[in-house]
Design a protein around this ligand. Sequence first.
Ligand code: UD1
Ligand code: CA
Length: 449
Amino acid sequence: MGQSPARTCLAVVLAAGEGTRMQSSRPKVLHMLAGRSMLGHCVAAVAAAGVDRIALVVGPGRDDVAAEMQALVPHCAISVQVERRGTAHAVLAAEAAIADGYDDLLVVFADTPLVRPETFQTLRIALRDTGAAVVALGFEARDPTGYGRLLVNGTRLDAIREEKDATPDERNITLCNAGLMALDGRIALDLLRRIGTQNAQGEFYLTDVVALARSESLETAVAVAPEDEVLGVNDRVQLARAESLMQGRLREKAMRGGATLVDPSSVTLAFDTVLGRDVTIEPNVVFATGVQVADGVTIRAFSHLEGVEVGARATIGPFARLRPGSVLHEDVHVGNFVEIKASTLEAGVKANHLSYIGDASIGAKTNIGAGTITCNYNGFQKFRTQIGAGAFIGVNSALVAPVTIGDGAFIGTGSVVTEDVAADALVIARARQVEKPGWAKTFRDKNKR
Ligand code: UD1
Ligand code: CA
């Protein structure tokens, strides 16, 4: 990612807010965007900006947030802000990590999940190039209500004024504080420790670091980001807005990478969706996490995919459901109302209508007839179905696992297959047809009054 400045960097991620407006038993920063928690997005962006270490600040009792963080970044520093006394106080909860000594200190909010790695790098580059003690991230607010205002003087930042402390004139300023900033790591601790609580809320404001730096004739600067990128999520309306912005980015990336999205706004992507070139996605397709789609694939309307690899030129749907642990090789056809779970379909397999394929391996070019069901579960355990290459499974067959069907075998329509089938054999596992001539007429006549 670009040429990142050759300076060491610590990112302190603040996540100790209460998040009450989410009205949720789940911590705010663990709410999901495009299949990944807000914390996950934030951490991925700072990591991509080339930071050397990440320190997380959580509220008391937030073991769930700490556990998610440990899963994302093993060996990160996690500290608890016991009392919620303001953003500077929160940063100081990570004092030990800061004291380890880094050139750059990035302060980021875990509930501001759309900030791009390039923006974090811009802050760091500004720090290096201006020699500033503090570089704040600003944005032009459509409605500045509630935000801190940036009081700029030329290229310099004199102060950040919180809304509650601002004069009427200052409130007219629309250049606002996004909240995140970069500080000179060598003097940050000293500045942060001297921030007081002389303000309308009696809190330790991180924003006060700017005026403090200026009072000591240290340089300060501002970098500006688009408002959409610094959207903070406090409630579910903002979460939905962030999701929609994130989806917009993912769709654009997919299209620029060579996928056709017929109706982009109706396609839901995950943060990790991989689409090849000349992939066509029809309307109303949902990609949950872990999907990789090779070149030339067509995914027709109303399909749902999760945890699956789709090979080149395959066609999926409409109305298909591909579930985790599945691998579909080249030229596979999966049609309407077919569900596939934890199964491998070799090249050229066709399962075009109304089937459940679970815990199965299916050899190349085998045809799965309409209504075929793998009976993989006895209420307690799951069993596998193995079908060879070039087999033909007749319509409405029930394959009772564990069962193996050999290469080239032919299963008669409506069979309930409970035993293994040899290669190239025909199996008919259904009652033989019985015909009783005239029976129906006799029956009717007998019941006539
Ligand atoms: C903050 C900024 C404001 C900026 C706004 C952008 C300060 C003093 N103000 O205000 O200038 O315009 O963000 O959204 O910094 N947090 C803690 N512990 C605390 C307090 C906050 O961890 O004691 C975390 C929160 O989880 C959140 C972030 O810090 O991620 C910002 O806190 P919040 O209370 O939302 O700050 P604002 O008042 O919105
Ligand atoms: Ca906020």
